[in-house]
Design a protein around this ligand. Sequence first.
Ligand code: DSN
Length: 409
Amino acid sequence: MKIKKIDPEIYRAIKKEEERENSTLEMIASENYAPAEILEAAGSCMTDKYAEGYPGKRYYGGCENVDTVESLAIDRAKKLFGCEHANVQPHSGSQANIAAYLALLNIGGKIMGMDLSCGGHLTHGHPLNFSGKNFNIIPYGVRRDDQLIDYNEVQEIAIREKPDLIVTGASAYPARIDFKRFAEIASSCGAVLLADIAHIAGLVAAGLHPDPVPHCDIVTTTTHKTLRGPRGGMIMCREKYAVDIDRSVFPGIQGGPLMHVIAAKAVCFNNALKVNFKKYASEVVENARVLAETLKKNGITLVTGGTETHLLLLDLRPLNITGREAESLLQDAGIIANKNSIPYDPEKPLVTSGLRLGTPALTTRGMGRQEMELIALLITDILKKRDEKTLSSAEGEIKKLCRKYPLKR
Ligand code: DSN
């Protein structure tokens, strides 16, 4: 690597990151390991190219190859998700949501979104985010008793508030979302419906989660979570919104698209169209189910009582430990996860009473049922015992697992 000589500080940090990824169990639900072909495309010369505009309608010369790449990315996205239109230029999931909101609403328009503390995302209306600062946000949450979305309550709020836009989708919701029911609610109050499937996109693509595309006007996503592609975003929509969405992305909120990332998105969609992606996605879901069941058997409380997706959320209050403490203890043993608020959390967001776990990355490493059972036992032991002996024995087991399932790109 040339960078070793030219910029040894950055080289060392990259090498150390490789080592960290290899030697720990990555259980952050929104992370995954991008395969070599994705890294190659994302690290290619396409980073050099300015290509403001869209394929065939650019503001720069020399765009013939990036046109090929972006057209392929769009065609593959449309094939993968069965959508009428796809814009592959958003730099991230947040950019995708900003562009969609600005395409559909005036500043001050009314958006109904899931509260962050109940599993929603910052861009669904948090007061410190552009969404909460620029739009009139009507939050909805989950039931206190079973922590599931109360569709009747969402319906009541929608009828009462008449939002311009309803946002469905979440970052920390372990159950499936009924997009058909959301579409009925949106239609009953005349709202446009947007599904943010950043977390579950890979499961949707593999047919393992109800499909939002037939029911929603707009679907936004990221490409780096369960889809296992490069870090980036995308907007899919019905044809009637296509012109507004495209204008909103460029020139609305972005300039030059990241063509190297779009090349990697095209590779990612191609990978997800292959038969073995379905196998991968079903193993992700099965691994999450086994992890959840084993944790429950060992007396751990789970928000919503389990999982139907790639993620689970532990309610740590019965263990008398905060999310912050749990995250730190697990990291000491080599398990990387994140503290996460649980619905109606009494703790602050930087402390929390919850811990979110996901299986996309471990499944990419090839781990299965047996490993999930072992990891669930290790997590239970660490969180319950919290002593040096337990931590060091768990650390040994985790090192063994990492050696047995090396990260192959
Ligand atoms: N919401 C973050 C996550 O799920 O980790 C990503 O924006």
